[in-house]
Design a protein around this ligand. Structure first.
Ligand code: RIB
Length: 310
């Protein structure tokens, strides 16, 4: 089972010719509301890819909260661990430009009330994976890592949006998923002269005995396993991007789902990269996420995983 501890948001998506600069107003064409939040997005990506997924977090006692819970239930994601609180449901304002790039601002709202203690004890056991992101209070993530690690569950953190991680949390983490900038934040205490993604992944995996996965956008992704034992690199599936919102969530959710259902890391990496590319072909985070069958078909066009040059 994959337990996702994290955020649930309603995304207000605005299509604009270009992302506004500070102080600038840009006239766009249409706006749509979509289900989002990095936690909920990753739970949906994992469930579509075939995992048994459960969501733990908080939404407001409002219409948006109802909508998000209904959407997750429709994706066969268990929502028993999602609390209703008096704060409004989390809200994200997302501008998407004609190249599919985005800028996102989030009002945490109810997500600030997400608590690690709300993860049902019966979900935490050695066969379980616990997946987290950084849109809930960081201390709750560290507490969730402690609880999961203590029972031998696999701990996975997607460091998005980037925040420093204390060493004790990194030491209890099994898998860190980050883009290049987030990996730099995670490795800040190591004071490395070489800040290339490969050097960052290798240093983090050695210092904390964890698997570090670094996503590289259109260049694919790399991974280095604990203590730098093995390194892998995979290229990207070529696509015409409509909206990159949720691509990182799709990558992380599918990676976690594949590992949770027994895939080896190179296979999981390839599936995750393939799914993330497919998720960029439609508007919105969750709606554009592929099913297991769609991933399987597109894998034929996906580059092979190669050893990462030292
Ligand atoms: O990663 C994309 C997500 O970030 C959006 O769905 C938005 O809600 C923000 O959390």
């Amino acid at each position: 089972m994959l337990v996702v501890f994290g955020s649930l948001n309603v995304d207000l998506v605005l299509e604009v010719p270009r992302i506004p600069r500070p102080g600038e107003t840009v006239l766009g064409s249409r706006s749509v509301t979509k289900p989002g939040g990095k936690g909920a997005n990753q739970a949906v990506a994992a469930a579509r890819a075939g995992a048994v997924a459960a969501m733990v977090g908080a939404v407001g006692d409002d219409g948006f909260g109802d909508t998000l819970l209904t959407t997750l239930a429709g994706e066969r994601v268990d929502t028993e661990g999602v609390r209703r609180v008096s704060e409004p449901t989390g809200l994200a304002m997302i501008c998407v430009d004609t190249a599919g790039e985005n800028s996102i601002a989030v009002a945490a709202g109810a997500n600030a009330k997400a608590r690690a203690a709300a993860i049902p004890t019966q979900y935490l056991e050695p066969g379980t994976s616990v997946l987290m992101q950084m849109e809930v209070p960081a201390v709750q993530n560290w507490a969730a890592i402690d609880r999961a690690h203590a029972v031998g569950a696999t701990t996975i953190l997607n460091l998005a949006p980037a925040q420093p991680i204390p060493g004790h949390a990194l030491d209890r983490l099994d898998i860190l998923v980050a883009n290049a900038g987030e990996a730099e934040t995670a490795a800040a205490a190591l004071d490395l002269p070489d800040r290339s993604p490969t050097a960052l992944a290798a240093a983090l995996s050695r210092a904390h005995d964890l698997t570090c996965v670094v996503t590289l956008g259109g260049e694919g992704a790399i991974a280095v396993t604990g203590r730098g034992a093995n390194g892998y690199r995979v290229g990207a599936l070529p696509i015409a991007a409509v909206d990159t919102t949720g691509a990182g969530d799709t990558f992380t959710g599918v990676l976690a789902a594949a590992l949770d259902t027994g895939a080896a890391l190179p296979d999981a990496l390839r599936r995750a990269g393939c799914a993330a590319a497919l998720a960029c072909e439609g508007l919105g985070a969750q709606e554009a996420m592929p099913t297991a069958a769609q991933i399987e078909r597109a894998l034929r066009r996906m580059p092979a995983v190669e050893p990462l040059p030292a």
